[in-house]
Each structure stands twice: as structure tokens, then as C-alpha cells.
Design a protein around this ligand. Structure first.
Ligand SMILES: Nc1ncnc2c1ncn2[C@@H]1O[C@H](COP(=O)(O)OP(=O)(O)OP(=O)(O)O)[C@@H](O)[C@H]1O
Length: 511
């Protein structure tokens, strides 16, 4: 079908090859762009369809409340109304989990086959995230609302997130082929593409390449090779296509189990951190305390995704309570996008890396107090224990000396049987660090423990021993006070659905 060499090729519409407006691109290039476009279109379409359906279900649920609160109903009418409400709620819970067409009666619901969930699952995160936000808003509204009254403005349906219709609508429809350069992006792109996405990725590719050249350390090189792989780049490309981000500016850090990239959104001049969980599991062995006996870690394929999901959930809970931490807004497979802690795109340093000799006693004391408050609020308001808290997972904004907490994928709910032991370890780490930088007026570990938990451990006895003893004696006592918070409701619904779909115990799925 190709024209012979040397013979001027004419197109059907009369132009010669030289006059063609767009550069000729290889089949592989076209396929790559088409693939990326079609994938992101599928995502956006599915997301839009889903949002509409969910909005409809949530609004329908709200309508039923009016019926339920009508006085003077017979018992039979009340029973019917209750049944209807139950059915609606059931539909909402199912809608949260389903990417297929959502039907609005529970009897039509059927669990996916294992095969379907394998492939569909990967695209579910983003939808689950949006659905979760909406469900929280709905549940919050329900809690706040007087049971006999209904908001006239339907507040639940107006909840927006950075990545909903507005953002996904700003997709890069017009691609201009304007440049041809090499970029190793794995199988998906296989060589060259010419468009805005390419340019954005190119910037990343350059800094990536420069950094790789600088990297002498084998281990760090391995991190790059495994974290920013073809799939990661494909997801980044899709995010760029969807307008979620405009460019990847470089690498902020490579941690033990992740690479953290710096992403930028030009329109709002916002900077984001994209945490990419490594695709190798070698580091997870260091996490044996967390993963021991946990069925999820017997199947490595789902592990990274679950870590990202846990970090997303924990950060969401913390953000909701106003804790100083990154605000998560996008979750996809093993990638989590969140706000960048820092100034003007420069990431804030970890407490470990701060030059403490330039800080006064009062300043160090003030920074300690912020950390103390973070620990108290995480425990009391978020019902979480960090579990890996130290000077490595606390960032300091040098402009205003504000402390932020990061890296909460392993943070555990107070229902975790060993949460107090992990808390004790966090306390030891924090006090040891602040003692090292000569912070005045530090409490003892027992004092700090009691402050955080409101328990009454004795000053003179060893805290670890007391905690073990306390845990032993109070096995059946749950430290969680309020089990009916929206976040927990959502989580238990999510877990129930998972259980229904897969026959897996929800109790072991999350803490
Ligand atoms: N939202 C953020 N804003 C700015 N910097 C960040 C953000 N998230 C992570 N970082 C930087 O990336 C580094 C690694 O992130 P994080 O601690 O979450 O990953 P990790 O793989 O768990 O690392 P490690 O296990 O070594 O602590 C952090 O030490 C911090 O410097």
C-alpha cells in the first residue's frame, strides 16, 4: 500500500506529501496516542455516567426522607416507606462499587465474576474516590439535617472535587503534532509522540535522565527503574490528558517504598506531589509488623494498590479533620496525587534535614508543640495512630515554621489491636529526636502517652510493660468511641461490598 520511493505520493484530496499539514508519524506513534486518548476518554465517559447515576440515586434517597417523616402513617405505610429507603440506600452502596450500568433496585444487583473484577477493579479507584466524597457529603448532610426537613438546594449533589466533571471536562482535545524527539516511555509510547503531552513528559524525561545520570547509588537507580515504569507514565499521561496536571517537573524524593514526583497544574498555578508506590515488594519485608498474617500481602499484585488506597483513606480522614497534612485528590492503582507541602513548588524539608542550629529554643519548642498536637489530634479526632512517626515523616514549612505530617499508608485505626504499642514507638521516636536537637521542656514518654490517650499510665513504671499489660487486660475493649461516623460507615459499606463480591472477611481488609 505504501507509495514507491522517489515517486511523489499524492493524497486522495489532491495534496502532495510535502504539502501535508501534519508531519507523518509512524504507526506506533499513532497507536500510542490513540491508545492514550481512548483510555482517557473511556475513563472520562465512565466517570461522567457514573456521577449522573449516583447523583440521581442520592437525590432519590433524599426524597424518601420526606415520606418517612410524614406523620399519621399506618404501620403498614411506615414499613413500606422504610423498605423503600432501605432499597435506596442499598442502591447507593452498590452504586459506589459498580462501574457497570447502575440499576436502581437491589434485586437487579449481582456480584461481578472474578474475571470481570480483575480488569474492572483497576479503573474503580478513581470512581470510588469520587463516590466516597459524594457519599460522605450525603451522610454528613443527613446527620446534620433535621430528620423532618430536607435541604431545598440538594447540597449533596453539588459537592465537587478537583477531579470531577469540571476537571475531567478540560481534556486535551486538540493535539498538535509539532515536534519529534526521543523519549523512552516503555511499551505504551514506544519511541516518539508529538503533542502537549509529549512535551510535558519530555520535561520529566529530561530531569529523569539527568537524575539517572547523577545517580551513583545502585539502590536509588533501582527505585527509578521500577517506580516510574511504563504503566506509571501511562497514568501520568492520562492525568495530563484529563487536565488533572499539566506537567511533571521532576522527582522530589525516592523513599523506601515509593518515588514522589513533583507535578504542576498551570491553570491554578498549583503544585502537587504524586506518590508512586514501587512495583517491587522487596521493601515490604521490612513492614512485617504491619503485614503479618494479613491475607492481602499473600497476593503481591494487590499490595501496592492497597497501600496507595490506605494512604488515600487516611489522608482523607485527616484532611477532613483539618490536620496539617497533604490533601489527597487522585488515586489510581499504585499512584496517589496530593497537595505539595512547600512553597512555590519547592518541597518543604523533613525535620531530619532542617538546620536546627539556626532555630531558637522557643522556635524548637513551638515546633515540638505542633508535633504533639498532631499526635493528639490524630488519635482523638481521626482515631488513628501514625505507626511510623519520626523526623523523616514530618515536614517543616520554613516560611512560617508550620509542621505537616506525611506518609500515613501504615497509619492504623484505633481498632487495630496493637495501636498502643505503635503509639509508644512513635512517642519514643519523637521525644528522642526533639531531645537530640535540644528542645527545652520536653515531657516524659508516659506524660505524652497519657496526654494523647487520656489513659493513666504510671510515671515510675516502664511504659512498654504497662502498655503490654493494658492491651492484655483490655483485649475486648475498643478504644474507638463512636462507631457510627460517616467515614466508618462508608468504609464498612465498602468492605461489606467487597466481602459480598469476593467472600473475603472485611474485618481483616482494613486494619
Ligand atoms: N505531599 C508532599 N509534599 C512534599 N514532599 C513530599 C510529599 N510527600 C512526600 N514528600 C517527600 O517525599 C519523601 C518520601 O515520601 P514518603 O515518606 O511518603 O514515602 P516513603 O516511600 O514512605 O518514604 P520513607 O519510607 O523513606 O519515609 C518524603 O520524605 C518527603 O520529603
Amino acid at each position: 500500500m505504501e507509495g514507491e520511493k522517489g515517486v511523489e505520493k499524492k493524497f486522495a484530496w489532491g495534496k502532495t506529501q510535502n504539502e501535508a499539514e501534519e508531519p507523518i508519524v509512524s504507526f506506533a506513534e499513532l497507536m500510542s496516542e490513540e491508545l492514550a486518548e481512548s483510555l482517557s476518554k473511556e475513563d472520562a465517559d465512565e466517570e461522567e455516567k457514573y456521577l449522573k447515576q449516583l447523583e440521581f440515586v442520592l437525590n432519590s434517597t433524599a426524597m424518601d426522607e420526606v415520606l418517612l417523616n410524614t406523620d399519621g402513617m399506618t404501620d403498614e405505610e411506615v414499613a413500606i416507606a422504610l423498605q423503600r429507603q432501605f432499597d435506596r440506600e442499598d442502591d447507593v452502596a452498590r452504586a459506589v462499587q459498580s462501574t457497570d450500568t447502575v440499576h436502581f433496585t437491589p434485586e437487579r444487583y449481582h456480584p461481578k465474576t472474578a474475571q470481570e473484577s480483575e480488569s474492572d477493579e483497576e479503573d474503580l479507584d478513581e470512581l470510588r474516590e469520587i463516590a466516597t466524597d459524594m457519599l460522605y457529603a450525603q451522610l454528613d448532610a443527613e446527620n446534620a439535617r433535621n430528620s423532618t426537613r430536607l435541604h431545598a438546594d440538594g447540597a449533596s449533589s453539588s459537592t465537587t472535587t478537583k477531579h470531577d466533571i469540571g476537571v475531567s471536562g478540560r481534556r486535551n482535545a486538540d493535539k498538535t503534532l509539532n515536534d519529534r524527539m526521543n523519549l523512552t516511555t516503555g511499551d505504551m509510547i514506544s519511541g516518539k509522540i508529538n503533542n502537549r503531552v509529549y512535551n510535558s513528559l519530555l520535561a520529566f524525561g529530561k530531569s529523569d535522565a539527568k537524575r539517572q545520570m547523577r545517580m551513583k547509588d545502585k539502590e536509588e537507580k533501582a527505585t527509578m527503574d521500577t517506580s516510574v515504569d511504563a504503566n506509571t507514565r501511562l497514568t501520568l499521561l492520562k492525568w495530563i490528558n484529563q487536565g488533572v496536571i499539566d506537567s511533571i517537573e521532576g522527582i522530589i524524593a525516592t523513599g523506601k517504598e515509593s518515588a514522589v514526583l513533583h507535578a504542576k497544574q498551570n491553570e491554578n498555578n498549583e503544585h502537587y506531589a504524586v506518590k508512586v508506590y514501587k512495583t517491587t515488594l522487596s521493601e515490604f519485608k521490612n513492614r512485617s509488623e504491619y503485614v503479618k498474617d494479613d491475607f492481602r500481602f499473600k497476593n503481591p499484585r494487590g499490595v501496592l494498590k492497597i497501600w496507595a488506597e490506605r494512604e488515600f483513606m487516611n489522608l482523607s480522614r485527616m484532611t477532613k479533620h483539618g490536620l496539617p497534612c497533604p490533601c489527597p485528590f487522585k488515586l489510581k492503582k499504585n499512584m496517589l496525587a496530593m497537595s505539595l507541602i512547600g512553597n512555590g513548588g519547592i518541597a518543604a524539608p523533613r525535620l531530619k534535614n532542617v538546620q536546627w542550629e539556626f532555630f531558637t529554643d522557643e522556635e524548637r519548642r513551638g515546633i515540638y508543640e505542633q508535633v504533639e498536637k498532631i499526635m493528639c489530634r490524630m488519635y482523638k479526632e481521626c482515631l488513628l495512630v501514625h505507626g511510623d512517626l519520626s523526623e523523616f515523616n514530618l515536614l517543616l514549612n520554613l516560611e512560617n515554621n508550620q509542621v505537616f505530617v506525611i506518609d500515613v499508608s501504615q497509619a492504623m485505626d484505633l481498632s487495630h489491636p496493637r495501636n498502643l504499642q505503635f503509639l509508644t514507638r512513635d512517642i519514643a521516636n519523637i521525644l528522642a529526636f526533639f531531645a537530640r536537637i535540644e528542645t527545652p521542656g520536653l515531657p516524659s514518654s508516659v506524660q505524652l502517652f497519657n496526654l494523647i490517650t487520656d489513659l493513666e499510665m504510671k510515671e515510675d513504671d516502664d511504659l512498654n510493660v504497662q502498655v503490654e499489660q493494658f492491651s492484655e487486660e483490655n483485649r475486648a475493649v475498643h478504644l474507638r468511641h463512636d462507631k457510627s461516623r460517616p467515614a466508618d460507615l462508608e468504609l464498612s459499606r465498602y468492605q461489606e461490598d467487597k466481602k459480598a463480591n469476593r467472600g473475603i472477611s472485611p474485618a481483616r481488609d482494613y486494619n
